[in-house]
Design a protein around this ligand. Structure first.
Ligand SMILES: NC(=O)C1=CN([C@@H]2O[C@H](COP(=O)(O)OP(=O)(O)OC[C@H]3O[C@@H](n4cnc5c(N)ncnc54)[C@H](OP(=O)(O)O)[C@@H]3O)[C@@H](O)[C@H]2O)C=CC1
Ligand SMILES: O=C(O)CCC(=O)C(=O)O
Length: 451
């Protein structure tokens, strides 16, 4: 007779905690999903018997390796690299690579777990994975970054492939790093193949990939507002971060007639009451990707703007918010302040930027709240399109890709509404995203039997 895992949520979570001691980010991500899935599968014994959620919350494998490189002063430096391959039930593992000193196995396991649901939501055939290293690109020369990336790929290449696992960028990994890693993969294997996404357009990259995550998060925001009969136009917006996702989110908000008031980095945030228009956004892009400077410099460049050292932007009054920096950057207390200030909608460009307490505050206040696994899925969706283009040896133009991104985000929004509509006019987007993301992966796993 089959052994059912028809246990209650508390017992399930106690098991997750026991098996993953000290991995707080991973436990948090599983907790956020488990509640909704337990409600959904309550009367679906087949998912319990096959222990589907337990299996998704146990990565297929975690590869950990030493990354040795030489700095410009000829010192030998040693970092730790990882690739977490969480689940490939519906397609090759897919997800970014993060270079940041805060990277740990727990952080990458949470990201790979989230990615599994996010990729499922896109409707494209992609499983979930994530990788990275505790390497800090800030303050390093281009040559140092190149040597690090080459060393990282010298181990990673044996675990990836266009039909196996297709990494991309994330925090600290942009066009420069992808170029160095793709060059090294090609050199080692003597194969040109779509093994990474986020590549330069000259060598197989997709025209729309740099914009896709930030634009997608704003499309999702717009979809939530439209569903409630509202709009971005004429509204004020607070944004955190000043990297790829934040600057493109700011760009799209501006194009839609919204007014962006803030941006931030790990040092603090800037507040520009006059609004951060396209010219200022271009200045920030240059600051961050070419000059590699700090956001504090914005307040020196643009009069009327202020810099708030060591603070986050959530106390600034606004209608809409886009957290686009990192995990757990928005606490329960900050969420309360935002609700008290009359925030109407939050769309997460970052992965898990809101703490569990913050999510509860948004939920109880019934504001429009789009969780990262739905709202920021535009990036990986366009990566999926890049995989298709590489496999077919074709290239789509910017306009076509923009249209496809918009349609993909509409599809994700519709799935969230299908599973998250509470019947009283309120859509629980967290629940909708969790259930819709889970169902496709779970049904594929059931089809495979016990593997
Ligand atoms: N790039 C993509 O396509 C996708 C990214 N995401 C998520 O979006 C978020 C941002 O990624 P992306 O824009 O690509 O990364 P970038 O490296 O381009 O930018 C990251 C930004 O976040 C800030 N930041 C990083 N760590 C912290 C921290 N601990 N506290 C405060 N600020 C911090 C950085 O500041 P500083 O310069 O000081 O480090 C920088 O402004 C991440 O959560 C990522 O996982 C999600 C989907 C796809
Ligand atoms: O494009 C990709 O594969 C990576 C995107 C990513 O890392 C994410 O969605 O968090």
């Amino acid at each position: 007779m089959a052994v059912s895992d028809h246990v209650d949520l508390e017992t399930f979570m106690a098991g997750v905690q026991k098996r993953n001691p000290g991995q707080t980010e991973f436990i948090q991500a599983v907790q956020e999903v488990a509640q909704d899935i337990f409600d959904f599968i309550d009367d679906k014994e087949e998912y319990h018997e096959a222990q589907i959620l337990r299996r998704i919350a146990e990565p297929d494998r975690v590869v950990s390796f030493r990354v040795c490189w030489e700095d410009d002063n000829h010192n030998i430096r040693v970092q730790r690299g990882w690739r977490v391959q969480n689940n490939n039930a519906i397609g090759p593992y897919k997800g970014g690579i993060r270079f940041h000193p805060s990277v740990t196995e727990s952080v990458l396991k949470f990201l790979a777990f989230e990615q599994t649901f996010k990729n499922s939501l896109t409707g494209l055939p992609m499983g979930g994975g994530k990788g990275g290293a505790n390497f800090n690109p800030r303050g390093k020369s281009d040559s140092e970054v190149m040597r690090f990336c080459q060393s990282f790929m010298t181990e990673l290449y044996r675990h990836i492939g266009p039909d196996t696992d297709v990494p991309a960028g994330d925090i600290g990994v942009g066009a420069r790093e992808i170029g160095y890693m793709f060059g090294q993969y090609k050199r080692i294997t003597n194969r040109w193949e779509g093994v990474l996404t986020g590549k330069g357009v000259e060598y197989g990259g997709s025209q729309m990939r740099p914009e896709a995550t930030g634009y997608g998060a704003v499309y999702f925001l717009q979809d939530m507002l439209n569903h409630a009969g509202e709009d971005v136009e004429g509204r004020t917006v607070i944004i955190s971060g000043s990297g790829n996702v934040a600057t493109h989110a700011a760009e799209r908000v501006t194009q839609l007639g919204g007014k962006v008031l803030t941006l931030s980095d790990s040092g603090g945030f800037i507040h520009d009451p006059e609004g951060i228009d396209q010219e200022k956004i271009d200045w920030v892009k240059h600051l961050k990707t070419v000059k590699r400077g700090r956001i504090s410099e914005y307040a020196e460049e643009f009069s009327g703007a202020s810099y708030h050292e060591g603070e986050r932007p959530w106390g600034v009054e606004a209608d809409l918010a886009l957290p686009c920096a990192t995990q757990n950057e928005l606490s329960g207390d900050e969420a309360k302040t935002m609700v008290d200030n009359g925030i109407r909608a939050v769309s997460e460009g970052a992965n898990m930027p809101t703490t569990l307490e913050g999510v509860r505050v948004f939920h109880d206040a019934k504001i429009l709240y789009g969780p990262g696994k739905a709202a920021n899925a535009g990036g990986v969706a366009v990566s999926g399109l890049e995989m298709s283009q590489n496999a077919e040896r074709i290239s789509w133009n910017h306009e076509r890709l923009g249209q496809m991104l918009n349609e993909l985000m509409e599809g994700i929004h519709a799935k969230c509404v299908e599973y998250g509509d509470q019947g009283d006019g309120y859509v629980d987007y967290v629940k909708g995203a969790n259930i819709a993301g889970f169902k496709k992966v779970a049904d594929a796993m059931l089809a495979y039997g016990v593997v």
